[in-house]
Design a protein around this ligand. Structure first.
Ligand SMILES: [Zn+2]
Length: 305
């Protein structure tokens, strides 16, 4: 018996014991969110460190974002299977970052139609190689079998209204985290899948290709829709007030305080030092790692003529 326990002990401690198993969480009837962990990509989460969602319609399932790898897509599929037997007929991508779309090929191979706004699909193609090589570092052999498939149905225009299986989806560019990022709004359900426009519980990341100006505009546009339920890009399902506290207000700070200082040609180091310690946002995960770089990038964006 003792020997058996010794054998079992390392297994219980091994990382596989904590592997992330995606689970569907009901938002409203037939609309589900799958909330991923807040930390970094890893072999335990297969790059599913973001949020996903799906809508069950009489004609089949609409999946919002497909995961970062083939294995990740299979895990999302298993979470859908726990709710319904209906096939995934449509995959809609909110963006071009790895976890938004690298599972597309898996669902396409089973007959799903892959949909994203035109510039979203273009950015997917542009960043595919870069994201795959970054992922290889985090996922290693677990990335095998992943083939980048940018969306093949690509509506034109800044906004597209899709009717799929009796559901209405409105895709609209936010261009915040990556160029071509979009939200998916379900007006009949009062549910908003924000993509990487909104992060809650963890601080949003401003990357070299992100736009604080566009993020701020998009968040204000989101507020005018007054969605009742928000599935953010990262963090728990929430209401508008929380999305505003954790993301909208931070975008406003970056634009109105840091952007303003840049336009006033204040010295960057002094500005960044002055705003390092912000009690309003300090509780957000990753604040220590990202806040200064976020301010830096906001400054540079607003400094540009
Ligand atoms: Zn993301």
């Amino acid at each position: 018996m003792l020997r058996f326990l010794f054998f079992l002990f390392p297994l219980l401690l091994s990382p596989a014991a904590q592997a992330f198993i995606p689970k569907a969480e009901k938002v409203v009837n037939n609309v589900y969110a799958i909330v991923g962990p807040l930390g970094q990509r890893s072999t335990d989460n297969d790059g599913l460190n973001a949020n996903f969602g799906f809508v069950v319609t009489p004609a089949g399932v609409i999946l919002v974002d497909s995961g970062a790898s083939k294995l990740g897509a299979e895990k999302l599929e298993a979470a859908i299977r726990a709710v319904t037997d209906r096939p995934v007929r449509w995959v809609v991508n909110t963006g071009s970052q790895d976890h938004r779309w690298l599972g597309n090929d898996h669902f396409a191979s089973k007959g799903a139609q892959i949909i994203a706004l035109k510039r979203t699909a273009a950015t997917q193609a542009e960043f595919a190689e870069q994201h795959l090589s970054m992922l290889r570092g985090f996922l290693g052999p677990r990335l095998e079998g992943t083939r980048p498939l940018p969306a093949t149905t690509r509506p034109d225009g800044d906004e597209a209204t899709l009717d799929l299986g009796g559901e209405t989806l409105v895709l609209r560019y936010t261009d915040a985290h990556f160029p071509g990022d979009a939200w998916v709004w379900l007006p009949k359900r009062n549910v908003m899948f924000t993509g990487d426009l909104v992060y809650v519980d963890r601080i949003l990341g401003v990357l070299p290709w992100s736009s604080v100006k566009k993020g701020q505009q998009a968040f204000h546009a989101l507020e005018t829709l007054n969605p009742k339920h928000i599935v953010p890009g990262h963090g728990g399902v929430c209401d508008l007030a929380k999305a505003k506290r954790d993301s909208g207000d931070y975008e406003d700070f970056l634009a109105n305080v840091i952007g303003k200082a840049a336009q006033d040609m204040e010295p960057i180091t002094e500005v960044l030092n002055r705003h390092m310690d912000l009690p309003r946002f300090k509780h957000l995960q990753n604040y220590g790692d990202l806040h200064r770089a976020n301010m830096n990038r906001a400054f540079v964006e607003y400094e540009a003529p």
